[in-house]
Design a protein around this ligand. Structure first.
Ligand code: WQD
Length: 338
């Protein structure tokens, strides 16, 4: 594919995918409303790729703004849709924001794509759609349970909506169910940059290590796991970006109109293992205390990536230690720490 629309392309995962798309010779146009991203990310993308993709400040909840965008930009071969709110905890406190952004925004985008002949759609989904799985590792045919948060519900609805449009309009779509994206581009020029206090573990670790935050709290060490802390499948964001390139290539040749893939390493690591690995590979102390469990957390989640390996010809290459080193390099660059 040659010309790709990336919604949310200035965000954490979106910016890493934009870099890969540009380096593969694609033309990229970004829409992003800067609700959870900075325009300066474009500078990092340009420093890495020597290309500065077009960016328009478009809020996908605003149909008029989206329509005006497509009046100016045509001929997209596909769209990768990242523009959504993604914090489990925030969604419980503010469901209206999540249903507006993640469901109404998606419907507006689909409507615009169908009107403008954009027929290939990659949807940023999440392992949270499974709820509490019966089996581990998690395969794509694992039964979908009721979502444990409005965020998870919006991802389940998003998949259902897209499946309906793939049947009614032949929209070719792939859902990539991410496990836990971590790390940063090896250049240290782009990375995870939450606008407020980090919700996710790794940016909290790196900001604590940098002295930006005082102390990390481990949300519970009394789970039924080897060391009592929760287990997750931490996938390097560069591997995750490569999975999007593989998915685009697959879409071009696939006869299927709607497919889902788990994108994870297949390896589970606990919170305490991650913290200790960080201190081991960086030599930097991370002060932490064990606190109460966080509502909605599940004890153990990790992927069976076999379907993506087999059908997308994609497999993660970088391990958690590399992701932690890359995350720390980014944090130090961003904070001006030697
Ligand atoms: C990981 C572990 C916490 C912060 C994320 C995304 C979700 C989806 C899956 C893509 C948990 C513990 C965290 C802290 C801690 N990804 N923790 N102290 O909840 O698995 O979900 O990945 O769509 O969108 O939110 O990730 O990084 O918040 O938590 O102990 O300060 O770290 O309890 O066990 P989570 P997370």
């Amino acid at each position: 594919m040659d010309k790709i629309l990336v919604t949310g392309g200035l965000g954490y995962i979106g910016s890493h995918v934009v870099v890969e798309l540009l380096e593969k010779g694609n033309q990229v146009v970004i829409i992003d409303d800067l609700s959870n991203a900075y325009e300066s990310v474009l500078d990092g993308i340009q420093k890495i790729t020597d290309k500065r993709p077009l960016w328009e400040n478009v809020d996908i909840k605003d149909k008029t703004s989206l329509s005006s965008f497509f009046d100016k930009h045509q001929g997209f071969d596909g769209v990768i849709h990242f523009a959504a709110s993604k914090s489990v905890g925030e969604s419980v406190a503010n469901p209206m924001l999540y249903y507006q952004n993640n469901v109404v925004g998606l419907l507006n985008l689909i409507d615009a794509c169908l009107k403008n002949n954009v027929n290939n759609f990659i949807f940023s989904s999440s392992c949270t759609v499974y709820g509490k799985p019966d089996n581990l590792p998690i395969s794509e045919d694992e039964p979908i349970k009721p979502a444990s948060s409005p965020y998870g519900a919006t991802k389940q609805m998003g998949e259902q909506i897209l499946e309906d449009f793939s049947k009614s309009h032949g929209l070719k779509t792939i859902f990539l169910r991410y496990f836990n994206p971590v790390g940063a581009h090896s250049s240290g020029l782009i990375g995870e940059l939450p606008i407020n206090t980090p919700q996710n573990l790794v940016p909290f670790v790196t900001q604590t290590a940098a002295g930006v935050l005082e102390k990390l709290t481990v949300f519970g060490d009394d789970y039924d796991t080897p060391d009592g802390s929760c287990i997750r499948d931490y996938i390097h964001v560069q591997d995750l970006a490569d999975a999007h390139i593989a998915a685009l290539n697959y879409l071009e040749s696939s006869k299927e109109t709607c497919e889902v893939f788990n994108i994870g390493t297949g390896q589970g690591n606990s919170v305490l293992e991650l913290i200790n690995s960080f201190m081991e590979v960086t030599g930097v102390e991370v002060p932490y205390e064990v606190g109460e469990r966080r509502a909605g957390d599940l004890p153990e989640l990790y992927a069976n990536p076999e379907k993506a390996i087999r059908k997308l010809n994609w497999k993660s290459k970088l391990d958690m230690k590399q992701a932690l080193l890359d995350a720390w390099r980014w944090e130090k660059n961003y904070r001006g720490i030697k």
